[in-house]
Design a protein around this ligand. Structure first.
Ligand SMILES: Nc1nc2c(ncn2[C@@H]2O[C@H](COP(=O)(O)OP(=O)(O)OP(=O)(O)O)[C@@H](O)[C@H]2O)c(=O)[nH]1
Ligand SMILES: [Zn+2]
Length: 355
């Protein structure tokens, strides 16, 4: 919440994210974790010489493997601990972590779910994997030193939008809006550098605002799978046409799961799953973005009442919760193409977008 004091240490979380990406063991609360994605047989051997470490996976992945129903009264969203059967070696762990390969190399099992005693720490570990852009799957247990130790509160502090501040600003004429200024935002621990493009001059009216989440494939490569590229350019034109407003370019690639995980979701879409099921099977929320970041950026720009260009009610709710009043929602539809028709239909039918 805006204004709340968070006692965690964002710096500790940054160290843990870095360690996890390098394949080094970390501790989250009482749990010792080694991320499956960045492990290899040698690292696993050092982490777990007695081959006793169990595996921690997301509820979504456990659901695909029919594991959640092994546990009586299990919370459907809770992470699941999988017993380390003797046949689960490094290659089997990778197959367990990554649903992309299910069709090519079906997992045979049998898997056995174990009761999870430190559910909050386990959930925090999976959250950290998502922030690091890794698959949410870990070896749990082992022995020996860890490279970094964090608590759930440290992760909350790392992600706290209140830590964002303006880093610099400069004039930036862009195609469609020659009178624009770019403003960069940073927070002390997170590597994300968010951007605002302030178009035109404030004239007393609430600005027309667009929250654009980074989409490398759509914004840069012109992907036809989504509507991001056309939406980005249409937003700049719409804001320029109305006289003034703000485009926020949020570094929330793949609705917050990162580029590589989004591309894994695309690989699952190649196998027939839609955008919602692909995220769930990978073990992520359907939408992992925190629009409190956008709220904080608008507040730092002095804007607490906006007209919002979006079809997504979650963006309106997110800004409102962050203390920015949305006086009007302005639809932002672009014509479909044959490649993104299903994606747009899924947004309408499954994620509450208003078309
Ligand atoms: N995980 C995942 N992310 C996707 C997929 N397709 C697009 N994205 C990401 O979705 C985000 C784009 O969402 P937005 O343009 O903000 O769209 P929206 O939330 O649907 O809302 P509005 O366009 O404002 O109505 C970008 O970060 C894209 O990278 C997908 O299939 N899977
Ligand atoms: Zn896109």
């Amino acid at each position: 919440m805006v204004g709340d004091v968070i006692n965690g240490d964002g710096h500790a979380a940054a160290r843990a994210i870095d360690a996890m990406r390098r394949g080094w063991p970390i501790a989250v609360g009482p749990l010792r974790l080694l991320a499956v994605e960045t492990a290899d047989a040698e690292r696993l051997g050092r982490f777990d010489p007695t081959e006793a470490a169990d595996l921690l996976i997301s509820a979504g992945r456990a659901g695909t493997l029919k594991l959640s129903n092994q546990l009586a009264a299990a919370d459907p969203d809770a992470p699941v601990l999988v017993a380390r059967a003797p046949w689960i070696d490094m290659a089997a762990a990778v197959a367990l972590a990554d649903p992309q390969f299910d069709l090519a190399t079906p997992l045979k099992g049998p898997f056995r779910a174990l009761p999870l005693t430190h559910g909050d720490a386990a959930a925090a570990g999976l959250r950290l994997a998502r922030i690091a852009g890794l698959l949410p799957a870990f070896f749990v247990g082992g022995s020996g030193a860890v490279e970094a130790s964090v608590t759930a509160a440290d992760i909350v502090a790392h992600e706290d939008p209140a830590r964002l501040a303006i880093a610099t600003r400069a004039r930036l004429p862009v195609a469609g809006a020659e009178h624009a200024e770019i403003v960069a935002f940073r927070s002390p621990d997170s590597a994300d550098e968010h951007i605002a493009l302030v178009i035109g001059q404030p004239d007393g009216r609430p600005p027309l605002v667009r929250l654009h989440s980074e989409c490398l494939t759509g914004d840069v490569l012109g992907s036809l799978k989504c509507d991001c590229g056309p939406q980005l350019h249409a937003a700049i034109h719409a804001i320029a046409d109305t006289g003034w407003g703000v485009l926020l370019y949020l570094r929330q690639e793949g609705r917050g799961i990162g580029l590589v995980n989004k591309l894994r979701a695309y690989a699952l879409q190649d196998q027939g799953f839609d955008t919602v099921d692909a995220n769930t099977r990978l073990g992520f929320a359907i939408d992992a973005r925190d629009f409190g970041v956008a709220g904080r950026m608008l507040t730092l720009l002095g804007q607490d009442r906006v007209r919002l260009l979006t079809n997504n009610p979650a963006k309106v709710a997110g800004l409102t919760a962050a203390g920015v009043e949305v006086v009007e929602r302005v639809p932002h539809h672009l014509p479909p193409n044959p490649h993104n028709e299903r994606y747009l239909a899924t947004k309408r039918d499954r994620t509450g977008h208003q078309f």
